[in-house]
Structures are given as C-alpha cells and as structure tokens.
Design a protein around this ligand. Structure first.
Ligand code: TXA
Ligand code: MG
Length: 339
C-alpha cells in the first residue's frame, strides 16, 4: 500500500480512509499518533500489527470533545475528570477512567475495565475526529521500541507502505507523549510524566501521587506500556548529568567507535568535531524536550555511531518527563568517570 502524505486542506481523504477501517497517522501537540477508528475491532488490530506492538498494551482513545468520552466512560468520576478537562483539554493530558461494560473492545483496553482518553490540541486532528464522529485510537506512530515520531518524515521512516496515510502538520510542538493520570483509583496517580506536570495537577486535585512511573524491574507497572523497552536507538545512549563531564566521556568513548553528542548549543559549541556528530537540543529544557526524539532518531540513522552522549537535566517540572524518556532510551546508564 502506498502511504499518502495528506495535506491539511485535504482532511476529507483522511476521514475517508479511517471510515473504511484503514490507518492514518495524525499530528498532535505531543507526538504523531497512529490513528484507527476505535470502534472498529479489525482496524484496531491493524494498529498492533503495523507497529509490532505487544497486544496487552492498551491504547488511548482520542476524542474531539469531552462529551465524546461519556459515551464510553462510567460517570462515577465525571466531576473530578471534568475539572481536569476544563483546565487542560485540549492538551497533553491523558485521563484513565473506568468504562461502561463492553463500551470499547478489548483490543482497545487491553482487557482492562478502564480506558485512556485524551483530547489533543491540534486543529486538523480535532476536525478529523469530529467528522468521523468516533474516537481515534492513537499510540505513537513509530515501530514499537523506537523513539516516538515528532515529524511526518519519522512516521514514513517507520511505517511507509504499511498505512494509508499521514497528515502533514510539520514538527510536534511539545515533543514527548502526554502525561497519563489514572482517576480510576482512590488517589489520582500519575502513570507517565509529561508536559502537564505533577505540580500543575496537584494544584487542581490535591494529593496526586506522582511517582508510579518509577517502578523497579520486578514490579508490574500500572500503565502496561511502561514495562517495555522504549525509545532505544541501536547505539548505546549514555546520560551526562554534569555538563563538565562531556569532554572526558567523549575522549573515553571515542576510543571504541564514533560518538554522537546530543546537547544544548552552549555545550556543543565547546566541541570541535565534525558537525554531523552533533545534534542540537536548542537552548533550554523546553527545546530539549521538543528535540530529544528527533536527536535519537538522527543518530540512529548513522550506522557508524556507537555511543550517544546525551545531556541530562535535574529538577522537577518538565525535566521529570525528559529524564523519564531519556532514562528509558539509555537503559538507565549514566556516565561515571572511568567506567
Ligand atoms: O501523547 C500521547 O499520549 C501520544 C499521542 C499520539 O496522543 N500517544 C501515546 O500513546 O503516547 P501510547 O500508546 O504510546 O501510550 C499510551 C500509554 C501506554 O503506556 C499505555 O500502557 C497506557 O497509556 N494506558 C492506556 N490505557 C491504559 C489503562 N486503561 N490503564 C493504564 N494505562 C493505560
Ligand atoms: Mg508510544
């Protein structure tokens, strides 16, 4: 199947493909999603197949309005959910709610009695969902295990000829996936950190549990997707927590193979190496969040690169989301001198 690059003035084509049960990748403010009609069991099956995704990993249903959620979700937690929807939707927050029995198929929910909902902040995608008048499932539109796509080119790199189309809306504004909050439990719990921070959620709800995403290897994470290997390029990613260590780390690793550096302009400017081995994270944590996946993909396409030295960030707020993704892609490896 030839994958169409669909322009924003041709959205009816995307709606047509989706209505026929085909897959269309769609832009959001976080990353590109792989869309299928959430109420069409066969279409949802194709999503798992195209991505090579483990079948017990449930999908987010993307809606074009809060009203669309209540066709499927139990209204028991409506009041508290609406507080979050009012404040953060459309936007990078996914809300887990108990659902009405059998309202969504088990290949959307992974067989759970809850489901994930999100209203993305992207005009084209909201228009497509509302024209289709059905929620769209949307895992990130990458091959399972690889960094999430923040450009239509990334989607085509992984899924060309496997899906009907991708809507072209340029680079994603935020660059990492949404914050996932579980409202189906006694105390609202963050299952995946993202651009909407613990501090922001706690301001609205009070007593939010922040750290469910920090599970050890022997525990079962509540968001099934958090247990899989993720965002992993072929090269070894090494996190540099102290910017002063970049130079020594580079000298140590360069003995064994080509080294790519993923850092802010200030750090890159101190390296006099071929510029193809540098990828800029811009100037601060926000631009770093936006460029992280693109940078990992950039070096992944360079066969010769054996190590990627990536800048770490300390602190709360969106740094939590950045470090969560970077730690996964590095398999938790942080640079220590002489190791
Ligand atoms: O920003 C995003 O959220 C992007 C864009 C495309 O919207 N989507 C995305 O989807 O990241 P995905 O499938 O890569 O991640 C969804 C996460 C997974 O970790 C999954 O296990 C979790 O949400 N999840 C989905 N349903 C759940 C449920 N009922 N209970 C717990 N976790 C759930
Ligand atoms: Mg994903």
């Amino acid at each position: 199947m030839k994958t169409e690059l669909i322009s924003k003035d041709n959205l009816n084509l995307a709606v047509e493909f989706l209505a026929k049960g085909q897959l269309v990748a769609f832009p959001t403010e976080t990353v590109y999603g792989l869309g299928a009609d959430a109420t069409n069991v066969d279409a949802v099956k194709k999503v798992y197949k195209a991505k090579g995704r483990p079948s017990d990993n449930p999908l987010i249903s993307h809606v074009s309005s809060p009203d669309m959620v209540w066709k499927y979700a139990d209204e028991k937690y409506k009041k508290i959910a609406e507080k979050l929807m009012d404040k953060f939707w459309p936007g990078p927050l996914t809300i887990i709610l108990p659902i009405k029995p059998n309202s969504l198929s088990s290949n959307v929910t992974g067989g759970l009695t809850t489901a994930a909902f999100r209203m993305p902040d992207n005009k084209s995608t909201l228009e497509v969902i509302s024209k289709l008048n059905k929620p769209l499932v949307g895992p990130s539109a990458n091959t399972s295990g690889k960094p999430s796509p923040t450009l239509p080119e990334h989607v085509l790199h992984d899924l060309n000829d496997k899906i009907a189309g991708v809507i072209n809306d340029g680079p994603s504004k935020i660059g990492v996936e949404s914050t996932v909050i579980d409202l189906s439990v006694k105390t609202p719990t963050i299952l995946r950190p993202g651009f909407i921070t613990y501090e922001q959620l706690n301001n609205v709800l009070r007593d939010v549990i922040s750290d469910q995403h920090k599970v050890s290897d022997t525990e079962v994470p509540k968001a099934p997707g958090m247990k899989y290997k993720h965002y992993a390029p072929n090269a070894q990613v090494i996190i540099i927590d102290n910017p002063d260590d970049f130079k020594t780390a580079y000298e140590e690793k360069a003995k064994f193979g080509e080294v790519g550096i993923l850092a802010t302009d200030e750090i890159l400017s101190k390296f006099e190496i071929d510029k193809k081995f540098k990828f800029s994270l811009g100037k601060n944590i926000q631009t770093s969040l936006k460029e992280l996946f693109a940078g990992l993909r950039y070096f992944d396409n360079m066969e010769a690169v054996k190590f990627i030295l990536a800048q770490g960030y300390s602190g709360n707020g969106v740094a939590t989301a950045y470090m969560n993704r970077l730690n996964k892609s590095a398999g938790q490896i942080h640079y220590k001198k002489g190791e």
